[in-house]
Design a protein around this ligand. Structure first.
Ligand SMILES: Cc1ncc(COP(=O)(O)O)c(C=O)c1O
Length: 410
């Protein structure tokens, strides 16, 4: 590959890595570096849980539920194994039936419509705004029908969506709103952390998330509605709960004081104690993580200002948690290949869009149904962003991008 002489100097170490190709110059995530920084806090917690011999439903899980609910300003939390499970148990708790519809952005991860189907609902995608990539409030009305039961508002790539407009429409139709903060914990609307703006919220703590556990594990449902929380908790724990007819069951089988029985089909989805312990430590750093991401986003903003790329547009009154630094370019595949070939672990996201996924075929959507989502899907690149990303690395990404855009590569 021929690389033209760059206008800015690239840090020598990165230049060397780039030529030897030993490891990515700019990895996709900072997880390993984050562990190095937090080892002194995390390692004793992991040791404590392992030594306790109590790995499920222990005090760490209850404490994490309480702490995350307080962080988001909500009363009840049910910690589960994934964000998908949080959606599914909510839908089950709401009594969703197969023709009941959930409106969600077409620009979504397939895990969301998948969880809606598993939870007993039917996903109804709608188009997004070209500016923020979030649900377009003007499109929601047209998607609401007699079977609509819920609006699933996702904060795309970490930027809160227009909850005021979405809530207004929902209220007009008597519908509840699920605020999906999987990509945005710690983001804010008018200074307040997300998670409190809908009737319910879910978060995910998988390894790629801003607040992440050590694995694929972790999700949470938030709500101020205690009865929904209780029903969701039952679905998340094998469908168990307090015996509704104590006299009958006690006299036949249960010893006095034992009240839990199997009420209905449910999942085995309680959050693991070890993940809860890890998340409790990281939650204490979440505001700092979000601030560091925003600082790196500002560096990208200023460095990319002169290039032919569309950089993030952040709405007034919100702060983004920057799960990714999103750019759009015309010749996406060529630009992405050059970034990746140069050791920048940039990526695409949500391809194909939800309505064109094979699992959605039976609902009859086709290309051109959601033009903004489709256009964005063709142009979007996610640049790595995390608190451990250095200024040198941002310089390197910028220069590699500049090369690709100049077309001076073969
Ligand atoms: C916005 C959003 N909601 C929900 C989920 C589901 O979370 P999980 O992967 O923990 O099941 C994801 C997954 O990445 C997501 O991006």
């Amino acid at each position: 590959m021929h690389v033209r002489v760059l206008s800015m100097s690239i840090n020598k170490d990165y230049q060397q890595l780039r030529t030897t190709g030993e490891s990515p110059v700019v990895p996709w995530s900072g997880n390993a570096l984050q562990y190095r920084d937090l080892r002194e806090e995390l390692a004793p917690e992991i040791e404590r849980v392992l030594s306790s011999g109590k790995y499920v439903l222990n005090e760490d899980v209850a404490a994490f539920e309480e702490e995350f609910a307080a962080y988001c300003g909500v009363q009840h939390a049910v910690a589960v194994r994934s964000g998908s499970d949080a959606i599914a148990v909510l839908l089950r708790a709401l009594g969703m039936r197969s023709e009941d519809e959930v409106v969600l952005p077409a620009n979504s991860c397939s895990s969301e419509p998948n969880a809606i189907l598993l939870g007993g609902g039917k996903p109804i995608p709608v188009d997004i705004l070209a500016s923020t990539y979030n649900l377009d409030p003007d499109q929601i009305e047209g998607a609401i029908g007699p079977r609509t039961r819920l609006i699933h508002a996702v904060h795309a790539y970490g930027q809160p969506c227009d909850m005021e407009s979405i809530n207004r429409i929902a209220k007009h139709h008597g519908l509840p709103v699920l605020e999906d903060i999987a990509l945005a914990p710690g983001a804010r609307i008018n200074g307040e952390r997300v998670g409190r703006f809908g009737d319910f919220a879910i978060a995910s703590f998988g390894q790629g998330k801003i607040l992440n556990s050590a694995g694929n594990g972790g999700g949470i449902l938030l709500t101020n509605d205690g009865s929904v929380a209780e029903r969701a908790r039952s679905f998340a724990n094998y469908g168990g709960g307090v015996n509704p007819d104590p006299e009958h069951v006690r006299t036949t089988y249960l010893p006095p004081g034992r009240q839990r029985v199997w009420l209905q089909p449910g999942l085995n989805s309680s959050l693991d104690a070890i993940q809860a312990a890890i998340l409790r430590v990281k939650l204490r750093h979440l505001d700092r993580f979000v601030k560091a991401r925003a600082e790196r986003a500002r560096s990208y903003d200023s460095q990319l200002a002169g290039l032919d790329v569309i950089t993030p547009v952040i709405s007034d009154g919100v702060t983004s948690a920057y799960r990714g630094y999103i750019i759009r370019v015309k010749d996406r595949d060529r630009v992405l290949a050059h970034l990746q070939g140069s050791g920048v672990e940039a990526a695409t996201m949500y391809l194909p869009p939800v309505h064109l996924q094979p699992a959605m075929t039976r609902f009859g959507y086709s290309e051109s149904d959601f033009p903004v989502t489709e256009q964005v899907a063709r142009e979007l690149i996610v640049l790595p962003i995390y608190p451990e990303l250095t200024e040198d690395q941002i310089n390197y990404v910028t220069q590699t991008l500049e090369e690709a855009l100049s077309g001076d590569i073969i």
